[in-house]
Design a protein around this ligand. Structure first.
Ligand SMILES: [Zn+2]
Length: 135
């Protein structure tokens, strides 16, 4: 599956990850299911922000409310891995639910996208990589 990402968004995410290090940055992705048009940064309110992320619930509520009025959808969220590992961590897998949301992870100077397909006999609860293209 291919996901488009609007011009400038990749740079914004890389800059956010660099600014937050050694903590994880996080935020929400807006657009359509196969196209990220914009991002909204959020405070990482995790107890251990160097190894985990928790999007500020106030931002979550506000962005969902604003999106309903604007015709945009909240299509997923992003966070960074300051350790440079550009794939979902065990911690990410443990909390992931099958809800169709995109997971964008910024690590090691790259931006990667993932989704969690419905459980199947082949790969229960396994993230699948998505291809991000500038669009
Ligand atoms: Zn993670």
């Amino acid at each position: 599956m291919i996901v488009g990402i609007a011009s400038g968004v990749t740079e914004t995410l890389l800059a956010a990850a660099a600014a937050a290090a050694p903590h994880e940055c996080c935020g929400l992705l807006l657009g359509r299911p196969c196209h990220v048009a914009a991002v909204v940064p959020a405070r990482n309110v995790a107890a251990d922000p160097a190894r985990s992320f928790e999007i500020d619930p106030a931002t979550l509520l506000r962005v969902h409310r604003e999106a309903r009025g604007s015709g945009q959808q909240v299509v997923g969220h992003y966070h960074s891995h300051p350790n440079g590992v550009a794939e979902p961590s065990k911690r990410d897998a443990a909390r992931a639910v099958v809800d169709g949301q995109l997971w964008v992870i910024i690590a090691g100077g790259t931006v990667t996208a993932w989704h969690l397909p419905p459980p199947s006999p082949q790969g229960e609860g396994r993230f699948r990589p998505l291809t991000l293209v500038a669009a």
